[in-house]
Design a protein around this ligand. Sequence first.
Ligand code: DGL
Length: 272
Amino acid sequence: MDNRPIGFFDSGVGGLTCISEMFQALPDERIIYFGDTARTPYGSKAADTIRTFSLEIADFLVKEGVKMIVIACNTVSSICLKDLQERYPDIPVLGIISPAAEKIGTSCKKENPIGVIGTKVTIRSQAYENQIAALNPDLSVFSEACPALVPLIEEGIIENEIMDLTIRYYLDAFLSENKIRTLVLGCTHYPLVEPNIRKLYPELEIVNPSKEIVRSIARELEERDLKAQTPAGENTFYASDLSENFVNMINRIAELSRTQVTFRNFNLEQGK
Ligand code: DGL
């Protein structure tokens, strides 16, 4: 049993899609979230830059006394999961790609082509393809980078024709040419536009890694005897630039799950 919080981080609001799943599935766990809103998006940056930013945030979370680190970001998971695991050998560090790859690799059929969408960095890394192939080499996996989605989502442009057009720009030809039936939302921002994707392509089966990672967290807490013993206290949400959109989104999630939250602005470079 362990009442310390679980640390989550992402480049911005995307990782919040894991938090809403967390509040529902594991309501006793306390959370510290860091959104690097000042430096988002990560998905088109150089690998070294992403690694440096990620280590800064993870160091911060460790100083805050977390019992586990969850990388609520596909881009970071695809680049530096191993670096973070090696840096903190005493704390479990979970990436978001493996749980979703496991679901696909063990449940999809070879006649069902799979599509993965994500940032440029995630797609270039081929992390999904490699991990799925390791579990089931017969599956066909196609991938497509959708770099304009994250900036629109960070701006809160979601229930809007601009978002629908942007989704169609990336997906119309990709889905039809490759006969995709199952689509993996390989960026934690994308579940925020899942209703748009469902409306545009109602026949698609959608895999949301933010749901899959919560199952892994639960399993890890159980296996390592790290589950919280008492109901969660206040959850803290840090941002490197506390934007209105960030605060509004968290307030909405907190209201739905009747959870207490506080907000803090934290500049990693200045350390305050
Ligand atoms: N939400 C992140 C991901 O899952 C990063 C998006 C970005 O900053 O480009 O990849």
